[in-house]
Design a protein around this ligand. Structure first.
Ligand SMILES: Cc1ncc(COP(=O)(O)O)c(C=O)c1O
Length: 425
C-alpha cells in the first residue's frame, strides 16, 4: 500500500505540512484513518513502488494483490485444463451471472436485468438506438452539454442515423444537472434522455429518482451513465423506475484497463426493445445457426459477440469486498474523504488562488472533487514525476479521485500538500 512507500517519516511529513498553515490537518487525517472501519482493506491492493498518493482511482482502480494468482489459476485450470469445456461449465452464463452480482451489490436491481458486455461506449450506442426506436413519433434525444464526450458523440451519431435532433441541457457546471433543468427541455418530442449520475468533471451527483420521474412524466425513456457512481454511490435502479443504464467496471470496480462494461435494462422493456447489433450471442438460440435472426427475450439480448471472459476476472474480487462492506459503508468513507479533501483545499490551496470546481455539499457530490488553477497542466506533470498521481482535466482542472477502499485520508492530504508544494516551488 502507498502508506509504506512514503519517502518521508511521519514526523518529517507532519513538520512539513504543519509548517505552512495547517497544524492540525495531518492529525485530523490520522484520526480519521484510525477511526475508518474500511481501513483494513487498504492493504488488499497491489503495491505501486514509488507512488505515494494515488488519487486517480476514479479513472483506473488499483488491482487487488491476489489478482495475479487468480489470473494464473484461471489460465492454468479454467482455460488451460478444462479448455473449451469451460464454456459449457461456466462461461456461457458469466455475462449474466456477473451482471446479476453487480446489480445486487451496487445497483439496487433484481436479477435478470444486467449484463456484462462490450465497452460503455458500445452499450451506450446499443441502448440509445434501442431507446429511440422504442418511442416512435418522437424525434429528440436530450443530453447534457457537458456530458462525457463519448456520450455526446454517440448521441449525435444515433440522432443522425435516426433522423432525430439533440436537445441540450446546460446546467450549472459545479452543481450539475437538476430536475428543473431537465423539466425545462423535455416535451412530447423527447424519446430519450441521457445523463451521467455523477459528472465526470465536477463530481456533481444528480437526483436520479426525481429526474427519472420528470422524464417519465414527459413520456420519454431515461438512460443513466453510471461510470462515476457504480460501486461508490448507493442506488436503487428498480425502485427509482430507471429504464436503462450503463457503466464501466475499471473505475470503482477495479476491473482493470479495458475491462468490459455493464448494461441494465428494466424487465418490462425486454420484449419491446431491440438493440441494433444482432450478433449470435443475442439470438434466441445461440447455437441454432439458422438462416435468420430472432432475438432472445431476456437481458442476453444486449450481447452481440463472444464475451471477454478473461477481462471479467479483475472486478470479481472488488465486488466481494463491496458486498461484504455494503455500498452504504463505502459511500460513508467516500464522503469522509471528499469532505476532508475540501477542508485541506481550504487551508492549503485556496490561499494560493486555486478554485474549487466541485460543490461543498457532500449530499450532491460523488467520489471525486475537482480543483482549478492555470498552472495545473504543468503541476500535474511535476506531481506524476514525484509519484503523486492525480488526474489532469483540460484546460486547468486537477481531479482528485478518492477511491474509498484503496485511499486513506493521509494519502489524500499527501497529494493535496504536494499540489501546494508544486505551486509554491
Ligand atoms: C462518464 C463516462 N462515460 C463513459 C466513459 C468511457 O467509456 P468507455 O468505457 O467506452 O471508454 C467514461 C470514461 O472515463 C466516463 O467517465
Amino acid at each position: 500500500m502507498t502508506e509504506s512507500t512514503a519517502p518521508e517519516s511521519p514526523e518529517d511529513e507532519h513538520r512539513r505540512v504543519a509548517g505552512v498553515s495547517a497544524p492540525d490537518l495531518l492529525s485530523e487525517a490520522r484520526r480519521l484513518d484510525a477511526a475508518d472501519p474500511l481501513a483494513r482493506h487498504l492493504d488488499a491492493f497491489a503495491d505501486a513502488p514509488g507512488v505515494t498518493a494515488y488519487l486517480d482511482g476514479n479513472s483506473l482502480g488499483r488491482p487487488l494483490k491476489d489478482l495475479p494468482e487468480k489470473a494464473a489459476a484461471f489460465i492454468r485450470e479454467d482455460w488451460g485444463t478444462r479448455l473449451i469445456r469451460s464454456w459449457d461449465e461456466q462461461w456461457m452464463e458469466l455475462p449474466m451471472t456477473l451482471g446479476d452480482r453487480i446489480a445486487e451489490v451496487t445497483l439496487g436491481a433484481a436479477a435478470g436485468q444486467t449484463v456484462i458486455a462490450d465497452s460503455t461506449s458500445v452499450l451506450l450506442y446499443k441502448l440509445m438506438r434501442a431507446g429511440i426506436a422504442a418511442r416512435p413519433g418522437r424525434d429528440e434525444i436530450v443530453i447534457e452539454a457537458g456530458n462525457f464526450p463519448t456520450d455526446r458523440f454517440i448521441a449525435a451519431g444515433v440522432a443522425k442515423e435516426a433522423g432525430a435532433t439533440l436537445r441540450w441541457v446546460e446546467p450549472d457546471e459545479i452543481t450539475g444537472v437538476s430536475v428543473a433543468d431537465v423539466a425545462a427541455v423535455v416535451s412530447e418530442r423527447t424519446a430519450l434522455v441521457v445523463l451521467s449520475h455523477v459528472d465526470y468533471r465536477s463530481g456533481a451527483l444528480a437526483d436520479m429518482p426525481a429526474i427519472t420521474s420528470a422524464v417519465h412524466e414527459a413520456g420519454a425513456l431515461m438512460l443513466w451513465d453510471l461510470c462515476h457512481s457504480v460501486g461508490v454511490v448507493p442506488m436503487q435502479l428498480d425502485a427509482w423506475g430507471v429504464d436503462m443504464a450503463v457503466g464501466c467496471t475499471y473505475k470503482y470496480l477495479n476491473g482493470g484497463p479495458g475491462s468490459p462494461a455493464f448494461a441494465y435494462l428494466r424487465t418490462e422493456h425486454h420484449g419491446s426493445i431491440t438493440q441494433p447489433i444482432h450478433g449470435w450471442w443475442s439470438a434466441a438460440d445461440i447455437f441454432a445457426m439458422g438462416p435468420e435472426y430472432a432475438p432472445v427475450n431476456s437481458i442476453r439480448q444486449l450481447l452481440s459477440g463472444t464475451p471477454p471472459v478473461l477481462s471479467m476476472l479483475g472486478m470479481q474480487g472488488m465486488l466481494d469486498i463491496i458486498e461484504a462492506e455494503g455500498v452504504t459503508a463505502v459511500r460513508a468513507k467516500s464522503v469522509s474523504l471528499t469532505d476532508f479533501a475540501v477542508r485541506a483545499y481550504d487551508e492549503l490551496l485556496a490561499p494560493l488562488g486555486v478554485r474549487l470546481l466541485s460543490t461543498r455539499d457532500a449530499a450532491h457530490r460523488g467520489g471525486h472533487i475537482t480543483i482549478g488553477h492555470d498552472s495545473f497542466q504543468q503541476v500535474t506533470k511535476t506531481l506524476w514525476s514525484e509519484g503523486i498521481i492525480p488526474d489532469f482535466r483540460f484546460p486547468d482542472g486537477i481531479r482528485l479521485g478518492l477511491s474509498p477502499l484503496s485511499t486513506s485520508h493521509s494519502e489524500t492530504l499527501r497529494g493535496i500538500a504536494a499540489v501546494r508544494d508544486a505551486l509554491l516551488a
